[in-house]
Design a protein around this ligand. Structure first.
Ligand SMILES: [Zn+2]
Ligand SMILES: [Zn+2]
Length: 210
C-alpha cells in the first residue's frame, strides 16, 4: 500500500490518499476540506480516486466530499451509526462550528464492526470504536497500519463531550483496542502526528487508565 498524507480544512485534519502498489485506483480517507490540495496530489501522481472512507461524520472530516464528487466518481463509506451526520448539519456540527450548514448526499456504503471493506485492491478491517461519535471507526490494513480518526491521538484521545460522545463508551473502545491492535501497528490519527501503538500502550495516559 502506498500512502500520501495532506492536512486539510481549518482544523487540519489528516487526509490520507492510499492505493495498492500495483494500482492507480485510490481511496481518500477523511477529506476534511481543501479539495484543491487533494486534487493537486491526485494529479501529481496520476491517481484515480474511486472511494472515500470516513472514520466518522464530523464536519471537519467530510468537508471536501461535495467538491471531490464534482471532480471524480466516488463512493462514500461510513459506519451506519454516523451515516445521518452526512445529511444533517446539526449532527455533523457544521452549523455550530463554521456558521455554514454543510451536508452531503447519503452514503453509498454503510458499514459495521467487523466488516472487511475491499476497496481499490486494499482490504480495510473495520473496528467500531464509539466514544468520540457513535459510529467512530478505525480502519486497519494488514494488521500493520491503522487509520484512527479522532478515537486515539499520539498520547491523547478524541473529545467525548460533543453531542453523541460518551466517555464510558470511549473507555470500552480503548480497552478493546488493546487486544484488537497489534502493538507494532502504525497508527495514523485524524489530527496530529502518527505513532506506534506500543508507544501508546505505555505512554498514553488514557490507555493506561483502565
Ligand atoms: Zn471528530
Ligand atoms: Zn476531527
Amino acid at each position: 500500500m502506498n500512502m500520501l498524507m495532506v492536512q486539510t480544512g481549518d482544523l487540519l485534519v489528516n487526509t490520507f490518499i492510499v492505493h495498492a502498489e500495483n494500482s492507480k485506483e485510490t481511496v481518500i480517507i477523511d477529506p476534511g476540506g481543501s479539495p484543491k490540495k487533494i486534487k493537486e496530489l491526485v494529479d501529481k501522481y496520476e491517481l484515480e480516486p474511486k472511494a472515500i472512507l470516513l472514520t466518522h461524520g464530523h464536519f471537519d472530516h467530510i468537508g471536501a466530499i461535495n467538491a471531490l464528487k464534482e471532480m471524480f466518481k466516488l463512493e462514500v463509506y461510513i459506519h451506519e451509526d454516523d451515516a445521518n451526520m452526512l445529511i444533517d448539519e446539526n449532527l455533523n456540527l457544521s452549523v455550530f462550528a463554521s456558521n455554514a450548514a454543510y451536508t452531503t448526499e447519503e452514503a453509498d456504503v454503510k458499514f459495521k464492526d467487523g466488516d472487511k471493506l475491499s476497496v481499490c485492491g486494499i482490504t480495510f478491517d473495520v473496528l467500531h470504536t464509539p466514544g468520540h461519535t457513535p459510529g467512530s471507526s478505525i480502519f486497519v490494513v494488514d494488521r500493520a497500519v491503522a487509520f484512527a480518526g479522532d478515537t486515539i491521538f499520539k498520547r491523547s484521545i478524541g473529545r467525548t463531550d460533543l453531542p453523541g460522545g460518551d466517555m464510558a463508551v470511549m473507555q470500552q473502545s480503548l480497552s478493546r483496542l488493546k487486544t484488537a491492535l497489534n502493538p507494532k501497528t502504525q497508527v495514523f490519527p485524524g489530527h496530529g502526528e502518527h505513532t506506534v501503538f506500543e508507544d501508546e500502550l505505555t505512554g498514553n495516559p488514557f490507555l493506561n487508565a483502565n
